[in-house]
Design a protein around this ligand. Structure first.
Ligand SMILES: Nc1nc(=O)c2c([nH]1)NC[C@@H]1CN(c3ccc(C(=O)N[C@@H](CCC(=O)O)C(=O)O)cc3)CN21
Ligand SMILES: O=c1ccn([C@H]2C[C@H](O)[C@@H](COP(=O)(O)O)O2)c(=O)[nH]1
Length: 277
């Protein structure tokens, strides 16, 4: 995970102090790109232990089209708790936009089903895009995330805003545009999540693995994550683990938690950090 270390190092060295919505303060840069060849191993950060369990459940939850944290809670995943209403609602976040984007005349658009179908039938397409960014449901910034969710708006505007697939010589690549990246806490999750999604789509489309390209807009380290960042930067990365996926699954909506097995994950101890709300 040299690429991730270089990003942390880049922000530590070049980031400029910038205020933010949460009132925490950040070191920030604008515009950064990483590339992970998925054939070289599974890009999970090794210089702190990451909870792959949370990442897998969160991705399955997106793919089910869910926007209530009930499924996550049942599976012991608490990463979205701070933004949800007492009823567990987050408003029309990722799951809703991915699986049932409201179209014209009551039409419902399943962007995931459509993009998988396009990859299978029209792999040269330059339009293999899924967008979570729907200006009609963005939160009203004078209200809190929970208040917005209670009003039927998104609790938070999507951070992983838009992704595009690309097929070349039988290999599937994916590029994510992430408008805002919490580099210590969120970005390791985002890298692993999109790497896994790309592997799942490749499997159901009978394609080999290409690259995951991760493009960040506002890439920031919260100022209360700097000690943790320095500790992490002092550690030597281990070789990447691999991810085994049950090869029998051929439907993008047919994956279960038990279909994934992370192998040879050698990591330094977990590093705790407070999440900015
Ligand atoms: N400030 C902020 N950073 C984020 O990364 C983030 C948000 N807000 N809001 C929405 C989601 C929720 N995500 C989160 C939230 C918390 C953790 C977190 O606390 N991670 C810990 C514990 C992981 C676990 O419980 O499995 C970590 O050490 O990685 C990670 C991603 C990503 N997003
Ligand atoms: O998947 C995610 C979701 C969220 N984040 C981070 C990025 C920011 O630090 C906050 C969101 O705050 P905004 O003011 O809406 O940008 O959450 C992430 O890194 N990855």
């Amino acid at each position: 995970m040299q690429q991730y270390h270089e990003l942390m190092r880049h922000i530590r060295d070049n980031g400029v102090r910038k205020d933010d919505r949460t009132g925490t303060g950040t070191l920030s840069v604008f515009g950064y790109q990483m590339r992970f060849n998925l054939a070289n191993g599974f890009p999970l950060v090794t210089t702190k232990k990451c909870h792959m369990r949370s990442i897998i459940h969160e991705l399955l939850w997106f793919l089910q089209g869910e926007t209530n944290i009930a499924y996550l809670t049942e599976n012991g995943v608490s990463i979205w708790d701070e933004w949800a209403t007492d009823e567990g609602e987050l408003g029309p976040v990722y799951g809703k936009q991915w699986r049932s984007w409201p179209g014209l005349n009551g039409e419902v658009i399943d962007q995931i089903a459509e993009v998988v179908e396009q990859i299978k039938t029209n792999p040269d397409s330059r339009r293999l895009i899924v967008s979570g960014w729907n200006p009609a449901v963005l939160p009203d910034t004078q209200y809190s995330p929970k208040e917005n969710a209670a009003m039927g708006k998104q609790a938070l505007p999507p951070c992983h805003t838009l992704f595009q697939f690309y097929v070349l010589e039988g290999k599937l690549s994916c590029q994510l545009y992430q408008r805002s990246g919490d580099v210590f806490l969120g970005v390791p999750f985002n890298i692993a999540s999109y790497a896994l999604l790309t592997m799942m789509v490749a499997q159901v489309c009978d394609l080999e693995l290409g690259d995951f390209v991760h493009t960040l807009g506002d890439a920031h380290l919260y100022v209360n994550h700097l000690e943790q960042t320095d500790l992490q930067l002092s550690r030597e990365p281990y070789p990447l683990p691999t991810m085994k996926i049950n090869p029998a699954v051929k439907d993008i909506f047919g994956f279960k938690y038990e279909d994934f097995e992370l192998c040879n994950y050698q990591a330094h101890p977990h590093i705790k950090a407070p999440v900015a709300i």
